[in-house]
Each structure stands twice: as C-alpha cells, then as structure tokens.
Design a protein around this ligand. Sequence first.
Ligand SMILES: NC(=O)c1ccc[n+]([C@@H]2O[C@H](COP(=O)([O-])OP(=O)(O)OC[C@H]3O[C@@H](n4cnc5c(N)ncnc54)[C@H](OP(=O)(O)O)[C@@H]3O)[C@@H](O)[C@H]2O)c1
Length: 281
Amino acid sequence: MNDAKSYVPPFEVGRALEGAAVGEVVASGADSHRPGDLVLHNLGWREFALLPAAQARTLDPTAGADPAAYLGVLGVTGFTAYVGLLDIAEFKAGEVVYVSAAAGAVGSIAGQIAKLRGAATVIGSAGTPEKVARLLELGFDAAFDYHEGTVRDQLRAAAPDGIDVYFDNVGGHHLAAAIAALRPFGRVAMCGAISQYNAAAPDGVDNLTLVIGKRLTLRGFIVLDHGGRRKEFVSEMSGWLRSGAVRYDETTVDGLENAPDAFLSLLRGGNVGKMIVRLTD
Ligand SMILES: NC(=O)c1ccc[n+]([C@@H]2O[C@H](COP(=O)([O-])OP(=O)(O)OC[C@H]3O[C@@H](n4cnc5c(N)ncnc54)[C@H](OP(=O)(O)O)[C@@H]3O)[C@@H](O)[C@H]2O)c1
C-alpha cells in the first residue's frame, strides 16, 4: 500500500481501491454485454463501476460455478496455486511438499493440486487447530499449527526425511524452516511473505547460505506474468471442481463498509479459504 516501487501502482488516498470483483451489468452501450450478465472485472471496492466492455469478462452461466469462485478457486488465487506449484516450483509426482498459510485461498488449493498430481506427502501449516483439522479433511497428509511449537521442529516431525518443494505464502521463520528441511535440489515457489508485509524489520531467515550447498532454487513470481497458462488452468480446475476432487472454502463478509475490516482480518488469519466481501443493498 505504500509508495515503494512495485508491480502495482501505489494506492492513493481518496481514490477507490482496485481488486477483483464479480458484478452484474446494470447498463451497457456495448453489444457484447447485456444487463443481467455477470462479469469479472478489476474495479472492486465500490458499488458501481463504469468501465470499457473489454475490461469486463462475461462469466459463463452454464459453467455451474458459484460466481464468487471466479474470485478464488477458478480465479487469480487458484491460478496462483497452479502456476506456483507446477511451473515455478516444478513439482513432480512422488515429491514431498510443504505449504504455509495452507488453509488460505492460495495455500488450500496448492496443497490439493499437489495431492491430485501425485505428491508422496503434502504438509500444511496454519494458525488455528480448526484450520489444521480442515487441512486434514481436504486431503493434506499432515498439518500443524505454527503457534504450537517452532515451524522447524514441527516440519521436521512431519517430514523426517525432508521436503522437495516449499510453497511459500508466509516468508520469515516459515521460509527458514523450509530451507532447513529441503533436500538437495529442492525448490521454493516464493508466492508471498505475509508475515513480513507489516514487519518493521525483516526477520526469520538466518540460513540462506544453505541454499548453496543444497543447490536449492528459490524463485519468486507474480501470477500476472503467466496468462499463457490460463486456459489449461481453467480447463483442469473446472474438471476437478465438477468431479469434487478439489474443494474450497470461502469466508464471506457482508457490506462494502466492512471491506477494510475484512482486509485487516485476512492479515490476522480471520479467514478460511478466500476472503470475499459481498455487497448488500
Ligand atoms: N505471487 C503472486 O502472484 C500472488 C498472488 C496472490 C496472492 N499472493 C500471496 O499469496 C499469499 C496467500 O494469499 P491469499 O490471498 O491466499 O491469502 P490467504 O492465505 O487466504 O490469507 C492470508 C493468511 O495468511 C496467514 N497469516 C497472516 N499473517 C501470518 C503470519 N504472520 N504468519 C503466518 N501466517 C500468517 C493467515 O492464516 P493463519 O491463520 O494460518 O495464520 C491468513 O488467513 C499472500 O502472501 C499473498 O500476498 C501472491
């Protein structure tokens, strides 16, 4: 949100925030869009948005998906999990995978994709016992609450022979623990570092030199660069959703006026799965 150079322009005081939204067309001057159509666009955080038709992708009403799914499992978050695991971490069947913030929108899908693609073991960490229980229901082989001991100890207990892939949503101590647990030639998809976003000083990673001897790959990515994989993702994920192979959670908050609190709650772990704000009349 600050004015540091980033892949998105800094937020400006007094201007509405951008963010993915599903909306209903109420008026249109374009033949391609009719009132009543549901569209995906990027001018969330407002009740009405005026935008060029090309920036509003019409959702297929016959696809049978819950419209909010286009913001989560079938949208950017599901796509982030897909690209991060398969392309960035180059996950292969038979490997051991660790996912942090695993009960969140991206993490819960990354772990399930790893299982569906033949992972030997998928381990997830999360911030409450309820989230840990949910991960086991979703098919994770092991899960732990990072408040109940160090991540290093709990990860070692869950994967005594080490891990091959770490899907990093958290950074800090979680990343350090994963570097310690990674086997030679292991890979890290550096997706996010939520433990660091508001930290006054970065903390946690004190063992980066292990990357050399273990020949590890740590690779950051931004999903926006991977549009070329969207079609494959949508096709494969739609199939998994239809068959029930992938399940997803949403935490819904009502009212645009509650969006700031929803956002802050996300940073404190108040969500399971995708945090959605639903506009009310
Ligand atoms: N690279 C990309 O293109 C891309 C795209 C989308 C998202 N992301 C990143 O991916 C990550 C996940 O995003 P998301 O939208 O799926 O969010 P999310 O995981 O649904 O929500 C964030 C979760 O992070 C956990 N968390 C918050 N503070 C934490 C801390 N200090 N230590 C450990 N866990 C903490 C909380 O769960 P607990 O209760 O488990 O703590 C919270 O529920 C974020 O870091 C986000 O910035 C990256």
